[in-house]
Design a protein around this ligand. Structure first.
Ligand code: CMP
Ligand code: CMP
Length: 403
């Protein structure tokens, strides 16, 4: 006897299963009732625009169909604000369909934009999703997002292979996507007074392309691949809906704290708010190593709460197990600037004392935004050197990489 599987059954069950795995409901039956009730409500809209003729139900958040075109999830039973009853034609958004112009778009980070855009979903295999999660785990801009926002971001991201010498971004263009690096090296060029200057590199990690999307400005730099590589792109609309909205919240939360920081006093208010836009918050448990002496450096830290112990191993005190304590940093103080300023490995280690929360900024944002604060930092580095003479009895030039 042959059993005929009704059209749409596989998609229907797959969509439901994915939602169960994502939401992990306690009461499965109750969740199923709500899911299918909502799905039935969404079926009441006319299906004239439906792209696939595969049956009554389209695939919802089917994460395992690697080659499917991008979908929106307007009828997948998710808790959506206002677009449950709409049928969307899937927009084709990729790096080749550059936006015509963004200049007319207004930007006020204090005003939350309306969430009317269709959700973007690029289905992924389990293996792609694992690689994507790995690439995104240290992305600072994603650090303050809640779980649902994070799911939406991951759903919307798409994989892109890049060839050596390819221009991923050209300075002056409109911003189409934000990019997270999975692998590959990339040079950053900025045109200064008509001269292309390489101002930095990305080495198999990090992200770029956020500025044009956050501030509706032309691309501020050119990014060229210096090896074959792979990136994860995130379309402009999803970036703005999630990250820009979240930044408005971050600005409200951190405005006062950032105004109170002596380090940032040479910055204008607008520049300080840009600092808030780009940092991520990280939490460390008691005793956790935040920075290890000798490591390559790519971040700068400001303590939001708790205390950080700075220790240094030095040949003058070889018996100090784990290094000698040389400083403590508490709320409002910063650390991790020295290696970035001097372009050398970490001069000391940093450990959490109790639970610690830090604002963390990547080296590219540090260099771009904190130039005006350099005098204060350099004076402080001179203080470190004096302090080390007292502790170890030897002179040290902390900005000399050979020391
Ligand atoms: P965006 O302007 O959208 O596109 C170019 C990207 O280069 C920019 O966002 C940043 O993410 C990145 N970038 C890295 N360093 C710099 C820099 N010094 N100036 C401008 N952009 C930079
Ligand atoms: P960095 O070298 O990037 O990482 C370790 C950090 O410890 C260093 O930057 C400084 O921010 C901080 N630090 C505090 N006191 C000292 C000191 N006396 N010498 C060197 N680093 C110090």
């Amino acid at each position: 006897m042959s059993i005929k599987i009704p059209a749409g059954l596989t998609d229907l069950l797959q969509g439901f299963t994915v939602e169960v795995l994502r939401k992990q409901p306690v009461d499965l039956v109750e969740f199923a009732v709500q899911y299918f009730t909502k799905l039935r409500a969404s079926q009441k809209v006319p299906f004239g625009n439906e792209r696939s003729g595969s049956g009554a139900f389209r695939a919802t958040k089917a994460v395992n169909f690697a080659d499917e075109p991008m979908q929106t999830d307007s009828e997948n039973g998710e808790e959506e604000d206002d677009d449950d009853d709409e049928e969307f034609e899937a927009p084709v958004i990729n790096r080749f369909t550059r936006r015509v112009s963004v200049c007319a778009e207004s930007f006020n980070p204090d005003e939350e934009e309306e969430d009317t855009e269709p959700r973007v979903i690029h289905p992924k295999t389990d293996e792609q999703r694992r690689r994507l999660q790995e690439a995104c785990k240290d992305i600072l801009l994603f650090k303050n997002l809640d779980q649902e926002q994070m799911f939406q971001l991951l759903d919307a991201m798409f994989e892109m292979l890049v060839k050596v010498d390819e221009h991923v971004i050209d300075q002056g263009d409109d911003g189409d996507n934000f990019y997270v690096i999975e692998r590959g090296t990339y040079d950053i060029f900025v045109n200064l007074d008509g001269l292309q200057r390489c101002v930095g590199t990305y080495d198999n990690r990090g992200s770029f392309g956020e500025l044009a999307l956050m501030y509706n400005t032309p691309r501020a730099a050119t990014i060229i691949a210096t090896s074959n590589g792979a990136l994860w792109g995130l379309d402009r609309a999803t970036f703005r809906r999630i990250i820009v909205k979240n930044n408005a919240k971050k600005r409200r939360l951190y405005e006062e704290f950032v105004q109170s920081l002596p380090l940032l006093k040479s910055l204008e208010l607008g520049e300080r708010m840009k600092v808030v836009d780009v940092f991520g918050t990280k939490i460390y448990k008691d005793g956790e190593c935040i920075i290890a002496q000798g490591d390559k450096a790519d971040c700068f830290y400001i303590v939001e709460s708790g205390e950080v112990r700075i220790t240094m191993k030095h040949k003058a005190k070889p018996d100090a197990d784990g290094g000698m304590e040389i400083a403590r940093c508490s709320r409002g103080q910063y650390f991790g600037e020295l290696a970035l300023v001097a372009n050398q490995p970490r001069a000391a280690s940093a450990y959490a004392v109790g639970n610690v929360k830090c604002l963390v900024m990547d080296v590219q944002a540090f260099e771009r935004l904190l130039g005006p604060c350099m005098d204060i930092m350099k004076r402080n580095i001179a203080n470190y050197e004096e302090q080390l003479v007292d502790l170890f009895g030897t002179n040290m030039d902390l900005t000399d990489p050979s020391v």
